[in-house]
Design a protein around this ligand. Structure first.
Ligand code: ADP
Ligand code: ZN
Length: 760
């Protein structure tokens, strides 16, 4: 029989193999297959495959080994991976990589087994006496009752004493942490003083990621609005068919509470729940709430966990030991069975899009998963994506609105500071405007907290020469380097390829010693706050500051506990968080996103401003937000200040309609990479030509380009871009794949992004 196998090698599509033994493997089982000369573990995706005419049976290789009698990856997840591979034109290899737990990628049959931790118990060792009077083991050989020649070392003595107090044994890592060397243990084992036992211990990521939250007032009363929303969602869930609901609730309207209740009802009915959040930064808070409600039936899945932790959680889910999975986009592929509800919180968030192959959007895969499972999917947001809102208005999604905050708390009062005026007064180096500095001061005086948002990391965003105007650019990418740190710790870094260098003192072009830093990022904001408010306790939360494991949780906990007055950060602080004592939010520059050459720039800016303003005044204290901008009249800024989502939607839709952009058409972004710019453009022109030769008119396709994208050189390669728009996504994808595959050598250097979130 022939089977098709997906191997976790992103560049490969489905492979066909011969199986001779019976019974044949089932879909979802792992098989070891030869890829070239190498054995690779893959997942069976299709059985009983018909031999294609073009394939000679003798060319086919055989499966070397079948590792599972039962599906290792559940069959519905295999189907989801196939859908993902096809819809996103990404290939089966990339899709199956997204689905597998990290350690299942090896070729050993037991590679997926849970790590075993050694624990040690004293064997047959009777210690004489107890308590402080205990004579210890000095000269205690006879007490042990074993023929033992020689003396025990001090280390060995103390190990035996420790073990005497722990009849269940002590895990090896704990002993190691106390300075017990492995060979101390091994020697005692050899003489029969201790036994070593292997235990299955799931590494529990909650220990490292749970937040200390104030105890939930268990099942407090829902407001009438929450109650109404919940009962509508309940009715949809109870229909036990595939349904999509948009829960459109302003920031602080109590959406989380609704997710919890709805989940509880699903669990009570014996169904399982998948809870997706956009950012790793948000998982601790949500996971803690779910854990408080559902105990250890909750698992978490996100890329911030170690391979081991992720693997253990995957196995727990696969064993059926878990009823709720909380996680980021990759959790949409969790091996969870019997799903009744999928929640996609902050569904508009761009973190749901994976920016490498497979370039899927977790929200859209979630919808397909719910469809396959006949489940309810709830998309929650205060600022729904244009796509989702359009679907809701068209009646394809049920729309449930929470128009007000809990307990009628007012939304933050938002005011705009025109930075042109600040520059006129304070010069071009102003980072914090006068109104913002004043507001931070008032906040400090009242012992309340502030959040300052700037969606740009680093200290200075570029370095330029005052004599010849040259900038310091990345040698691999067409972007300027960002300065991190101050003084002697200064480094210039590329945010795209991680190239890093010392900041030179002289211009590389004209050798003049007049290099100047311009632009600023979060590090500079942090430094400015320290300078202007020396009494404030300031911290920074961005990708750089939370690189070390555990930092994120500890920062968030310290902020929640009031040990930090001012938290500066990137969009990581903008979303979802619920800090009741935050009364001021400052947006250092609303313009970061607006200056980007991307058709979603306005939408992103509106979302970010609305979300970040939504972090203020969530507790009993009213909040305020101050937005600094050079474009105070831009509709994104204006409408975000008024928190008027419907008006923004209408305004933005006009723009998308005029420009023929999503959600009015389907869009794909094809990027060809090459060693030279001309090469990239030529190859892209070739693909464009092939597309245009096809029946473009009938397919309703528009082909734009080739053109250099805003970043035309990345990681040492030049890039050329083709945007294809169509009214039928499937036809668009097929036409594109046909054109790309007609040039196999080019295809290897080409990526197709279907429904791109960004076209940079
Ligand atoms: P959202 O996710 O819609 O932005 P949250 O779910 O975080 O809002 O809720 C905002 C705040 O209101 C939280 O502090 C939450 O604990 C609180 N809250 C939610 N529901 C209620 C309720 N029924 N009564 C009192 N407080 C509530
Ligand atoms: Zn670079």
């Amino acid at each position: 029989m022939l089977i098709r196998v997906a191997v976790p090698i992103p560049t490969l599509d489905l492979l066909t193999y011969l199986v001779s033994d019976s019974p044949a493997p089932v879909v979802g089982a792992r098989v070891v297959v030869p890829v070239g000369t190498r054995p690779v573990t893959g997942i069976v995706v299709e059985t009983d495959v018909e031999l294609e005419a073009a394939l000679e049976r003798k060319d086919l290789k055989s499966v070397r080994q079948v590792l599972d009698a039962e599906p290792f990856v559940p069959q519905d997840v295999v189907a989801l991976a196939r859908w993902t591979a096809e819809y996103y034109a990404g290939g089966a290899g990339a899709a199956i990589t997204a689905v597998l737990p990290p350690k299942a990628r090896g070729t050993r049959a037991d590679a997926h087994k849970t790590l075993r931790v050694v624990s040690i118990t004293a064997a047959g060792l009777e210690l004489v006496g107890a308590g402080p009077e205990r004579p210890g083991l000095h000269g205690a050989d006879s007490d042990v009752g074993r023929p033992f020649q020689g003396r025990l070392s001090a280390k060995q003595h103390s190990l035996l004493e420790m073990l005497a107090g722990c009849p269940a044994g002590i895990p090896a890592p704990q002993l190691a942490a106390q300075g017990m060397a492995a060979d101390t243990i091994a020697r005692l084992k050899k003489h029969g003083f201790v036994t070593v036992r292997l235990d299955r211990i799931d590494r529990d990521p909650f220990e490292a990621t749970s937040l200390s939250l104030p105890p939930a007032d268990a099942w407090r009363c829902l407001t009438a609005e929450q109650e109404e929303a919940l009962s509508r969602l309940r009715a949809l869930a109870e229909s036990r068919t595939f349904r999509i609901a948009l829960l459109h609730g302003v920031t602080g309207s109590g959406k989380t509470e609704i997710y919890l209740r709805l989940s509880a009802e699903q669990l009570a009915a014996g169904r399982r729940v998948l809870m997706l959040v956009p950012e790793i930064a948000l998982t601790p808070a949500i996971a803690t709430l779910f854990r408080q409600a559902f105990g250890d039936r909750v698992a978490i899945q996100h890329s911030g966990l170690s391979d081991g932790e992720r693997h253990d959680q995957w196995q727990r889910i696969r064993r059926g030991a878990v009823a709720v999975v909380v996680g980021t986009r990759s959790a949409v592929f969790a091996p969870l069975d019997g799903i009744g509800l999928i929640v996609v919180d902050e569904e508009h968030d761009s973190s749901y899009k994976q920016e490498e192959s497979p370039r899927y959007n977790g929200r859209d895969v979630a919808i397909i998963r719910a469809q396959h499972a006949g489940a309810l999917v709830v998309l929650g947001s205060a600022t729904p994506s244009m796509e989702t809102y359009r679907n809701a208005l068209a009646g394809r999604f049920e729309r449930i609105v929470l128009p007000r905050r809990i307990l009628d708390r007012p939304l933050a009062a938002v005011s705009v500071v025109d930075m042109r005026e600040e520059y006129a007064v304070g010069g071009p180096d102003v980072v914090l405007s006068r109104p913002l500095v004043e507001a931070i001061g008032e906040c400090l005086a009242k012992r309340e907290q502030s959040l300052l948002l700037l969606n740009r990391r680093g200290f200075a965003t570029s370095v330029f020469c005052r004599q010849c105007a040259a900038t310091i650019d990345c040698p691999n990418c067409s972007v300027s380097l960002v300065v991190h740190g101050e003084g002697s710790a200064r480094r210039a870094q590329c945010h795209y390829c991680n190239y890093s260098a010392r900041v030179p003192t002289r211009c590389a072009v004209c050798a003049a010693p007049y290099l100047e830093q311009t632009g600023f990022g979060t590090e500079r904001v942090e430094a400015e706050v320290r300078r202007l408010c020396p009494a404030a306790r300031v911290a920074r939360l961005d990708r750089d500051s939370v690189r070390r494991k555990g930092t994120l949780t500890s920062l968030l906990t310290r902020f929640r506990d009031g040990e930090i007055d001012v938290l500066v950060g990137t969009q990581m602080i903008a979303k979802g968080h619920d800090f009741p004592n935050v009364t001021l939010v400052g947006v250092i520059s609303a313009d970061v996103g607006l200056g980007v050459a991307d058709f979603r720039a306005s939408e992103r800016t509106f979302q970010l401003l609305t979300q970040v303003a939504g972090r203020a005044g969530r507790g009993d204290l009213p909040g305020a937000a101050i937005v600094q901008t050079l474009y105070p009249d831009h509709y994104s800024v204006q409408l975000a200040c008024r928190q008027d989502y419907p008006a923004f939607y209408e305004r933005e839709l006009q723009f998308r309609r005029a420009m023929r952009y999503p959600p009015l058409v389907a869009l794909s972004n094809t990027v060809v990479r090459a060693r030279t710019f001309a090469g990239a453009m030529d190859d892209a022109a070739d693909i464009a030509q092939k597309l245009r030769e096809g029946d473009v008119k009938r397919e309703g396709l528009t082909v734009l380009g080739p053109a250099p994208p805003p970043i035309n050189r990345l990681r040492g390669e030049y890039r050329a871009q083709l945007l294809v728009k169509g009214t039928n996504r499937r036809r668009m994808r097929e036409a594109l794949l046909t054109a790309v595959r007609s040039r196999p050598e080019v295809a290897r250097r080409t990526t197709v992004d279907v429904d791109p979130l960004s076209v940079l």
